[in-house]
Write a protein of this length. Sequence first.
Length: 146
Amino acid sequence: MSQTSQSYDDSNIFAKIIQGDIPCHKVYEDDMTVAFMDIMPQAKGHVLIVPKQQAVDLSQLEPEYASAVLMTAQKVMQAQRQVLSREGIVQMQLNGSEAGQTVFHYHVHLIPSSIHELGRHGSSQADQEELATLAAQFKEAIDTAR
Ligand code: AMP
């Protein structure tokens, strides 16, 4: 099967974040994307990049949104490197529950880590103050680079 058979559920948690119905620690936003701190990070500084298109996974992502996601990812990655003084950033994206996808709105993970260190999904919520501080530092780094 080349396409997901799953239809988009607009009550998913990232749809609610995009609509501003639930809070997040936002790092960056433009017309086509939003980037925010992962609430259960797999490493310090774990950020999610989410397109403002209703796509379950990669098979449904429109090319202009794919491009916008990568442009935002470049900004965020640069900020992560600068703020955390760490070069290694893993870009990860899961398609389908079999692959481990848990939120069915397409998103890219940017995880300051290494393939050798990464394990399963994070299992505990991060400290909210730490997430807020990191989000502010990343945001400032992005604004300064503009
Ligand atoms: P995936 O398994 O690729 O679908 O990743 C979903 C990610 O979303 C996981 O890393 C979760 O920790 C993260 N997540 C779930 N709910 C929230 C939320 N409300 N705010 C931020 N990140 C979230």
